[in-house]
Structures are given as C-alpha cells and as structure tokens.
Design a protein around this ligand. Structure first.
Ligand code: MGD
Ligand code: MGD
Ligand code: SF4
Ligand code: MO
Length: 699
C-alpha cells in the first residue's frame, strides 16, 4: 500500500486547534505536519507539537494495564489483562456503591484531549448513567467565562484575521506568543501596518517583548487598573453616551461607582506610575478601533471574575462592541454549543449527583466532601498531581489506604504513580474525534491514523467496557465514535444555525470546515443575549447569585502561613506567577527530551532587587516555600519580572526533576482557595518565600 495521508486535529488545550496530516506507511506513522490548507494553521505547527511522533512513539508509552503490587506510590507493578483490570474495577465499585452509593465515585478528567468524543462525551455519559459525583470543571477559565457571559451574554470573539481592522490592541494578562501561536503573525502584520500593541503583564513575556508598550502592574490589580481607565474615560468625556444609553444597563450606577477610582489611587494599588495610567486611557479612548484581548491566566486570582467584568466595561464605555476591529477578544466557544441532551443523555440517567470542585481535589479526598466520602477516583486525560493546586493535599488524599484509584493515561504520570490500577490510553493518532476550537470557528475531524499502540484504548473505548461490565445496555453507551458524533451533530444543528448543513461526511473528507456565522464581527447587530438584551454593566444575575452586580475591585490576597522550614528568612514574601511554559501544554509533552532540553532546568525568575535583598545569585538553587509546601528551582535573576513578583512556568513532571525535589513542582505552593466566580482556581494568588538552598536543609 502506498503511504497514506490522514487528516487530523491537534488535541491539546490551545485555542489554535491546528489541522494536521499524518503520513502512514504499513500502519506506522512516518511523517507528521501541518495541514497546509487549514486557514488558521497556515501550514505550520508550534515547536511543542512539531515533534509529535516522538510523543506517539515515546519509549515510556504505557502499553498494557498495570496493577499496583507494592505500597502506594512505590512504583512496583504487575502486568494484568484488560479483562482482569475491568473486572477488578467493577467489583470494587459494586462494593462501594452498595455501601456508599455511586456518588462515592469521582471521575476526574480535563485537558489531555479536547475532543468531542474522547473528552466531552467520555466525561459525561457513562458517569451520568452511573450516578457518580459530578466534577465542577473550574480549573482553567471558569470565572472569565462566567463574567463574560454575565456581561455580554455569550462568548463571541473575532477571528485572528480581523486584526487588520484594529489600530490598537491591548493584550491583557495573556501570552499568545506561547499560548496561541497562530495569533502572532496576524499581530505582527497589524503592527507593521501601524497598529499599536500594548501588553499588560507583570512579566515581560515573549509577547511583551514585541509590544510597542509594556505595562507591568502588580498581580491581581488589573481590575483596579481597568476601573481607573474607565474613571478617566468618563471624567474626561471620552465615553460614548449614545451607545451606553442604547446598549447597556447600569451605566448610571457604574458612573457613580467609578468616582472613587482616581488615577492616583489606582497608581498606588497597581504599582504603575499615574502618568502611565493616564496615557493608556488616552490611547485607548482616542485610537479606534481598539481591541482588548484576554485569555485565562489573568483571572486565576481570587478577584479574577470581577477583573474580567471591569475589563469588559471598557469597550462598552467607548462604544466599541460591534465595531469591526474593536471590542473584546476572549473566546469563540460560544458560537457553537453542543446539544446538552445529546452529549449527556440526562433524560435517561438518574438526577445529577453532587458536584465536587476539581480545584479542591486534595481537600475533597481528605474529608471536605462527606455523605458520601469519595471512595474511588478515576482519573483520565488529566494529571492532577502535576497540574492541580496545593499538591501536598492531593498526594495525602491519594495515599489514603481506603481510596481505590484508577488512572487512564498515555504515560505513567506523577498521578498514575499513586493508582491501584493504571490503564494505557491511545494518543491522538490512534483515535477518532471531532474538534471545535476556542480561538477560531473551524470544525476539524480527527481520523484515526494508526492502530492503538500495544493494548492502549481510547477514553470512549474504556467507557464502553465500563458500561458493559456495569450492566448498562443503553445504546448511547455503546455507539462507535462516528455514531456519537453524528447524533450530536444532528441534535445540535436542529437549534444552532452555525452548524446547519454541516454533515459528518463533509467533516470526514479531510481538512477543516467553517461554522456559519451571521457576521465576522461579534455583536454586529448590537444585540446581546443577556436577560436584558444589552451589555449588563449592572447584572441582576450576579446580584441574585450574591455577587457584586457592578464591576469592582477587591484586594487579591493569599492568607497562607509562612513555611514551617526556613523560618530564619526575614525578607517579605513575593507573589509567584506560574503561567504557561513555552514548550509544554500544562504537563502534557513535558516528558519529551527535546522539549525539556529547550525549556531548560525548572527555573524561577526573580527581579535583581529582590534577589539582592535575599543574597540570591543568578543560577543559584533556591527554595520557594510557604505553609502549603516547597519546591527547589534554579534562580534566573532578571528584570523581566517586576519587583515583588516571581515567575515559574507550570507543567513540570516532579518525577523528572533534577534538583532532588522529592516529587515536587511549583504546585506544591499554589493555593486551592476558590475565586470570586464559578469556583475558579487561583493559582496566581500565591504568596511564597524564597531563599537560597543550602545542603543543611537536607539534614
Ligand atoms: N505553550 C503553552 N501553551 C498553552 C498552555 C501551556 O501550558 N503551554 N496552556 C494552555 C491552557 S490550559 C490555557 S488555559 C491557555 C492560557 O493562556 P494564557 O492566559 O495566555 O496563559 P498563562 O500563561 O496562563 O497566562 C498569561 C499571562 O498572565 C499573566 N498574569 C498572571 N497574573 C496576572 C495578573 O494579575 N495581571 C496580569 N496583567 N497578568 C497576569 C502571566 O504572567 C502570564 O504571562 O494556554 C494554553 N496554551
Ligand atoms: N501552577 C499552575 N498550574 C496550572 C495552571 C497554571 O496557570 N499554573 N493552569 C491550569 C490550567 S489552565 C489547566 S487547563 C490545567 C490542565 O491540567 P490537566 O488537564 O491535568 O492537564 P495535563 O497536566 O496536561 O494532563 C493531561 C494528561 O492527559 C493525558 N492524555 C492526553 N491525551 C489523552 C487521552 O486521549 N486519554 C487519556 N486518558 N489521557 C490523555 C496526558 O498524557 C496528560 O498526562 O492545569 C492547571 N494547572
Ligand atoms: S498546541 Fe496549539 S499551536 Fe501547537 S499544534 Fe496544537 S493547536 Fe497548533
Ligand atoms: Mo487551561
């Protein structure tokens, strides 16, 4: 057979959702590259995914099920068959269900793949039918999603190509050079044509380096900055009264609230010079169209939801929603929402069980959740020990002797180490799926390119086996992936014009298929699908939820205790930001030798003044620590972070760490407190103490 070209989609948690092509020779993938015709991918893949075949054929791939034989976490396993693994899971669950009910079982899945079948449906149907605990999926952008929907009614966002219409772009707490790479050529092109680029980030990121202006406020103060800009826009008469009167509710109340947000007060809060705030307000009000682009890093703070609300008010004040090249760019997720019933089959299931917030995993396992307690955890497509906050608590929970843990993954991750049973998962090349995107509006079908490696199985294949062994005969638990996709496509097309006339056959012909949008400009008709049909500067929905109905700012704090060790240290704690690593996607791909080499040893950036105060030199091994935990890192002394702020990218595999961290990464210090909206994670509301490591620490 000649070499075949198989079309697919990048499965990672990245807004670009690239189109890819795999060349297959005798069931082996021999070449992997970007779909040259995909309008967003434009023929190139990021540095992370270009070597994807090394990921697929990595020597550490899990190839058959394992059962733990030694003590928990000891790393001693025996190989077992799928039949034995599935029978053992079913037997343990039947016992647990008899004693505690099915809500004692918690599925924990997130961003390993974003596919409709292998993530959305695999995280829903079987678990709903079982009556397992529901997972509150709030680790990533829950507060921003909630805030944007409360304000504008829906998540709509312009295409990257629309940047040609912008004269100013403010990239606010977002680092697309690393996290949405295909946005960057459009930004550079706009900039060459005279568009001004402003980046607001406490760290001089790769994105900030190319900006016309970089402002570095103190973390968690962006809400105050936004309200300060709003106050100036109103005080100086730069606002669009007619637009506000026609298209918003709550403008008079907001105007009253803004009076207190004077530039001098905001300068003191944000740590920015007053002139910088005045200059930015003037630029934004006078350079139209101006686009504000945000993502999710910005809102991983205790006050993150309100921060996003305050930012959402700026395009309203200047009358820029519905203006080509202006407004807000957050996410395109709202253009297509899969039919909930077709995804979940709620009408055929018991009522949803209680919700467990994924950010509280450690606390939940350790008794925060009772009646029933969590007695079994099934992790797939997620690596909470590396990626979820306050890891010490999670590990303590996973060490519980009476907890039955199953982990289904492509690799033996930091989480899998604590499992009773480990199941091998397929990679994207070995499974079928359909992908929508959060950065554009193309649908991309992923054809299975090669047979599963070893005995690995896809998430949906495992759900099928579990349904069988639990005695669930419903046909919607036993469809093949194409049948799942076809059912959801037709149910969704019935009420969503974006999907009309898009068929499975068309999606399978190769390449991406665009959704039908009424207009390339979000809110072009001036209608907002909120309860009032307008931009809700005042939100009754928020008031009813017991939240501040107007945009506001509260201090972002972390009440963590100082570390138990290292009390000799006297210097003040600093705010640690742990955003995206350039070469990994969360902890995914962070076990690839080539990528690890390019990223370098796990590091923390510290400003020279903060370093000098603590006697820390460039290249020193340092300990970051607080009352939650500690981690050793290499110090990078640099002005790329502002004073008071540390930065250490997320995603490190504790197991692969070179510093003798005893299985730790930065998340041993991060907080599992919940943010102001939607149970949001607060990774960046993290106060740590930092000092030079000395071997005396080991004794
Ligand atoms: N290379 C790579 N790409 C990724 C990922 C990855 O791990 N690596 N992760 C993917 C995922 S899961 C997501 S959700 C997206 C996230 O995409 P982004 O939101 O772009 O990424 P983050 O790095 O989480 O956060 C962006 C920036 O927010 C800044 N920040 C933190 N706190 C504040 C603050 O208080 N104020 C301001 N102004 N800035 C602040 C950080 O310094 C960081 O540079 O990226 C996706 N893409
Ligand atoms: N400190 C800090 N931590 C953070 C963040 C931060 O900003 N700072 N950001 C948070 C954010 S935004 C997110 S979204 C989360 C992400 O957290 P997670 O969703 O836990 O993401 P990963 O750590 O990449 O783990 C995904 C796992 O899925 C596996 N996998 C991939 N494909 C499949 C598949 O098809 N089937 C199965 N069964 N497994 C598969 C991968 O091998 C990997 O082990 O991390 C959060 N963690
Ligand atoms: S991680 Fe993002 S940029 Fe890289 S290939 Fe995947 S979708 Fe494209
Ligand atoms: Mo995320």
């Amino acid at each position: 057979m000649p070499v075949q070209q198989i079309y697919g989609a990048c499965p990672h948690d990245c807004p670009d959702t690239c189109g890819v092509i795999t060349e297959v020779d005798h069931s082996r993938a021999v070449n992997f590259y970007a779909d040259p015709r995909h309008p967003v991918t434009q023929g190139w893949l990021c540095a992370k995914v270009r070597p994807y075949l090394k990921h697929v054929y990595h020597p550490d791939r899990l190839l058959h099920p394992l059962r733990r034989v030694g003590p928990r976490g000891s790393g001693r396993w025996e190989r077992i068959s799928w039949a034995a693994a599935i029978t053992e899971i079913a037997d343990r669950w039947q016992e647990i269900i008899k004693q505690y009910g099915a809500a004692a079982i918690l599925p924990y899945s997130y961003s390993g793949t974003l596919g409709l079948v292998q993530m959305t449906v695999a995280s829903a149907r079987f678990w709903n039918r079982l009556g397992a605990s529901q997972l509150e999926r709030s680790i990533c952008g829950a507060a921003a999603e909630y805030a944007v929907e409360a304000t504008l009614g829906v998540r709509h966002s312009p295409a990257y190509t629309e940047l040609t219409h912008s004269r100013l772009v403010i990239i606010w707490g977002h680092n697309p050079a690393s996290t949405a790479p295909h946005f960057m050529p459009h930004l550079k092109k706009a900039q060459r044509n005279g568009c001004q680029v402003v980046v607001i980030d406490p760290r001089r990121t790769r994105t900030a380096r190319g900006a016309n202006l970089h402002l570095a406020p103190l973390p968690g103060t962006d809400g105050a900055l936004a309200l300060g800009l709003a106050q100036l826009i109103v005080a100086e008469g730069w606002y669009d009264e007619a637009w506000l009167e026609t298209h918003t509710v709550g403008w008079p109340q907001l105007r009253e609230r803004l009076a207190g947000y004077t530039p001098s007060r905001m300068a003191a809060i944000t740590g920015l010079p007053e002139e910088a705030i005045v200059d930015l307000a003037r630029r934004y009000a006078s350079t139209r169209p101006g686009l504000i682009k945000i993502a999710d890093g910005l809102q991983r703070h205790l006050n993150g939801g309100q921060t996003v609300r305050a930012i959402c008010a700026l395009p309203a004040l200047t009358g820029q929603y519905g203006l080509r090249g202006g407004g807000l760019a957050y996410s395109t997720s709202g253009y297509l929402q899969w039919d909930r019933e077709a995804v979940n089959h709620w009408s055929d299931c018991p009522p949803p069980a209680r919700k467990v917030n994924m950010n509280r995993l450690g606390a939940a396992l350790q008794g925060e959740v009772t009646d029933p307690p969590i007695m079994s955890l099934f992790v797939f497509g997620a690596n909470p020990v590396a990626s979820s906050p306050n890891t010490g608590r999670i590990v303590a929970g996973l060490r519980r002797n009476d907890l039955f843990t199953v982990v289904h993954d492509v690799f033996l991750t930091d989480t899998a180490i604590y499992a009773d049973i480990v199941l091998p998962a397929t990679s994207q090349l070995e499974q079928t799926d359909l992908h929508k995107a959060s950065g554009h509006t193309m649908l991309t079908y992923n054809h299975q390119a090669i047979p599963p490696l070893g005995e690995s199985k896809s998430n949906w294949a495992v759900m099928e086996l579990l349904a069988q062994v639990m005695g669930f005969a419903e046909p919607w638990l036993h469809q093949n992936p194409d049948e799942v996709i076809a059912e959801i496509l037709s149910a969704t097309a019935a009420h969503q014009p974006a999907l009309q006339n898009i068929t499975l056959e068309q999606l399978k012909t190769g390449g991406a298929v665009p959704l039908h949008l009424a207009s390339p400009i979000p809110f072009a008709e001036g209608r907002f699908p909120t309860p009032s049909g307008k931009v809700e500067l005042y939100s009754q929905t928020l008031a009813e939820a017991g939240l501040d109905p107007l945009p506001g700012w509260t201090e972002d704090r972390d009440d963590v205790a100082p570390p138990e060790r290292g009390l000799a240290q006297t210097a003040a704690p600093l705010n640690l930001l742990s955003g995206a690593a350039h070469h990994f996607v969360s902890s995914s791909l962070a076990n690839q030798a080539g990528l690890l080499q390019r990223e370098g040893a796990p590091f923390v950036e510290i400003h020279p003044a903060d370093a000098a105060e603590r006697g820390i030199n460039h290249g020193d091994i340092v300990i970051i620590e607080n009352g939650r935990g500690w981690c050793k890192l290499a110090a990078v002394v640099t002005e790329a972070v502002r004073p008071g702020v540390l930065a250490s990218p997320k995603g490190r595999w504790a197991r692969l760490d070179p510093f003798g961290n005893e299985g730790r990464n930065v998340n041993w210090t991060t907080s599992d407190a919940l943010g102001d909206m939607a149970g949001q994670s607060t990774f960046h509301s993290n106060r740590v103490w930092i000092r030079k490591y000395s071997p005396i620490d080991e004794t």
